[in-house]
Design a protein around this ligand. Sequence first.
Ligand code: FE2
Length: 283
Amino acid sequence: MTATDTMTRTRRITKISRGQPTSDGAGVKLTRMLGHRGLMDLDPFLMLDQIRSDDSADYMAGFPNHPHRGFETVTIMLDGKMRHGDNKGHSGVIEDGGIQWMTAGRGIVHSETPEQEDGRLWGFQLWVNLPAELKMTEPGYQEFARDEIPVETREGATLRVLAGRSSTGVEGPAKSVSIQPTLIDIVLEPGARLVEQVDPEHTAFIAVYKGAVSSGEGRVSDPDLGVLEDGDTIELKAGEDGASLLLVAGKPINEPVARYGPFVMNTEAELHQAVRDFQAGKF
Ligand code: FE2
């Protein structure tokens, strides 16, 4: 043990948020892991949804045209393909293993629809808040396919670094305009242990999507989310069936949050303005 090892403070799981079955869009069945009554937000993160189904009736309706203003949406596909298209002429398909980091900023209107009629669709959408000074920034996209995302292999663990940097220095391609995010897709073999460093100033959580993982006394299982308290180190141990999870961290924004559906601003007046601008076709 070195001198610095004695300085570490391990983040414990302080709260477990049960994934809530719900539906959204035109009737897509999903599991809301963050952004429900049990856990409204974790500054700077506003929502985390998981879609996972082998039955196209659960997802085919997709998410027809809808607006966003004031935040970023991050779509991570594990299986299947999702097509998107917006009112600025940007469109494409997010394929399995890929990620799209969309900065909605001042506003876009887009649709998100499965690019398949059968088979498994499995993915996530994370909503990341923007600070006041960037809520009305120009919209922008970052898109990375599976082969553009670095994969780090350790004993019993595989890490796909989507954003931020793992503790060994592997850096992911996606950037946020504000929150210095860490976003790592982790697969642990049965009983495997993983130690990662996370900025002590950042909010951090794990979202488990297969198996179960424990940290100290806390245990989080699919499809639940575990909030990690203050500290600089995360220690995870997979259960006997292994575990798959997202590790998510980011710098808090510490501003008032006013939200109304797909609009997330600082004040009620700004929400009213967002609705007026959308209705006036200004997005
Ligand atoms: Fe959307």
